[in-house]
Ligand binder design. Structure first.
Ligand code: FAD
Ligand code: SF4
Length: 411
């Protein structure tokens, strides 16, 4: 059977052979089923493309069912922490007592991957290495050794076809897998989990927004950094500044509010402009930064399997309770209006706004809510303008409840 004939239905009824055993990956470079909204998550580069109609995060989403299957229940919409950050049994902030040099933050994610292999919890870790020719071009791998996990540390801030490695599972001897990934990858992975040749799957999620293609990243770096060709690492941090690290070890910081919004409005991938899975609803454990104070990482344990992953490193962490300060709401509303008008502030004004916001603005969980509100409102508006036919069914109930708190420009 050709991939084209196997993709549309993904039906199993009455057939002895499961659909993925009869399917073939789609040809690289062809138009994938989600068309312009495709995030290149990699599912269609594997035989599990057979299930794309129900698995693709941009064709059909069902957060409630995914959460119920993965965590035993869906999130409580009347609980502010769950409304924003998803199903949870524990939230904390942490840093590795001995940070891993070259990691994105302190390296908690890589350390969990290393310990999962060392302790024999899993046979392999799905992570993202880099191309030998370009540090920002992602190369998904099934790492079998701690060295391979460490080599994959640090974000490749571009769309990454993580699930293409599913193609390598049959016959690999891998029966227990730790998968690291962002929301769209994890939604598709959860949807096909029961068909994978695995005994155990652990999922370590990263929060994710505003991802870009490799070309989009170049536009961003050229617009935001004084030396785009030497950037080896960057992050939007909780002090409302982008921190660039250069190959000579120097650091450059730029205020969020100084970004060239008119130029950058079209840089983000359409998939990311239509995504509401910022905090990775389907993962067992989520490790990000945005709900923690400056310099620390933020951890959400969603279920007992997530706690098993955290147990691997908890003795090596300096942990603290999550905190929250400030009130984000006026800043979010002003940001909606400024973004829609594509305003670009002069550098001196951007520095001043950044200085003030850093001192009196939202911090800890409130910073996380600031970022979620800002992205969900922007994305709801983008969808209503660019894909009005799918907007209402694509915006999940929890996101709708958040978006309704703000006044949006007309579509
Ligand atoms: P490390 O130990 O350095 O490990 C990083 C891991 O990321 C590696 O295991 C690697 O496999 C994986 N990885 C690298 N690139 C990709 C990719 N393109 N797709 C999938 N996996 C990848 N956190 C927030 O709180 N808010 C955000 O807005 C946010 N946006 C993010 C956007 C992207 C594209 C990515 C990849 C991550 C984002 N994160 C965000 C997560 C955060 O930046 C850190 O990755 C996380 O806190 C782990 O830090 P660490 O030092 O423990 O990671
Ligand atoms: Fe396929 Fe993933 Fe693209 Fe959806 S986002 S069309 S599942 S590659």
């Amino acid at each position: 059977m050709t991939a084209a004939s196997s993709t549309p239905s993904g039906a199993t009824a009455g057939s002895a052979t499961p659909p993925h055993e009869r399917a073939r990956p789609l040809a690289k470079g062809s138009v994938y089923p989600a068309k312009d909204l495709c995030s290149q998550c990699g599912l269609c580069d594997s035989r599990w493309v057979a299930y794309v109609r129900r698995a693709c995060a941009f064709l059909s989403q069902n957060f409630e069912a995914m959460e119920a299957t993965a965590h035993g229940r869906s999130r409580r919409l009347d609980d502010e922490d769950e409304l924003y950050f998803g199903v949870q049994q524990r939230m904390l902030s942490a840093r590795l007592q001995q940070p891993i040099a070259g990691a994105q933050w302190t390296g908690i994610v890589s350390r969990i991957g290393v310990r999962a292999l060392e302790t024999g919890l899993v046979d392999a870790v799905l992570c993202v290495g880099q191309s030998p020719d370009d540090r920002f071009t992602p190369v998904p791998v099934l790492a079998r050794t701690p060295e391979q996990v460490l080599a994959a540390r640090v974000n490749k801030p571009t769309l990454s076809p993580n699930l293409e490695v599913l193609e390598q599972l049959p016959g690999s001897g891998i029966q227990r897998l730790l998968a690291i990934g962002v929301g769209c990858q994890i939604q598709a992975l959860r949807a096909v989990q029961s068909t994978l040749p695995l005994e155990q799957l652990y999922v370590l999620g990263l929060p994710c927004v505003d991802n870009v293609s490799r070309e989009g990243l170049q536009t961003f770096l050229e617009s935001a950094s004084r030396s785009p060709e030497t950037v080896v690492h960057y992050e939007f941090m909780q002090d409302f500044r982008i921190h660039f690290r250069h190959s000579d070890g120097s650091e450059e910081t730029v205020p969020f509010f100084g970004l060239d919004t008119p130029k950058l409005k079209d840089v983000f991938a359409p998939s990311c402009l239509s995504c509401f899975d910022y905090t990775n609803a389907g993962a067992d454990l989520v490790v990000g930064y945005m709900g923690a104070s400056f310099g620390r990482q933020w951890i959400t344990v969603r279920n007992p399997r997530g706690q098993v992953l955290l147990d691997l490193v908890e003795p090596e962490l300096d942990t603290a309770p999550v905190t929250s300060r400030g009130d984000r709401r006026a800043a979010v509303q002003q940001g909606i209006d400024a973004y829609d008008k594509a305003l670009k502030l002069p550098r001196w004004l951007a520095e001043l706004v950044g200085f003030l916001v850093q001192r009196v603005g939202p911090q800890g969980l409130e910073y996380g809510r600031f970022s979620i509100d800002s992205h969900f409102t922007r994305n709801a508006l983008w969808l209503r303008r660019h894909h009005p036919e799918m907007a209402e069914r694509h915006i999940p109930a929890f996101a709708r409840r958040i978006v309704e708190r703000y006044r949006l420009p007309s579509p």
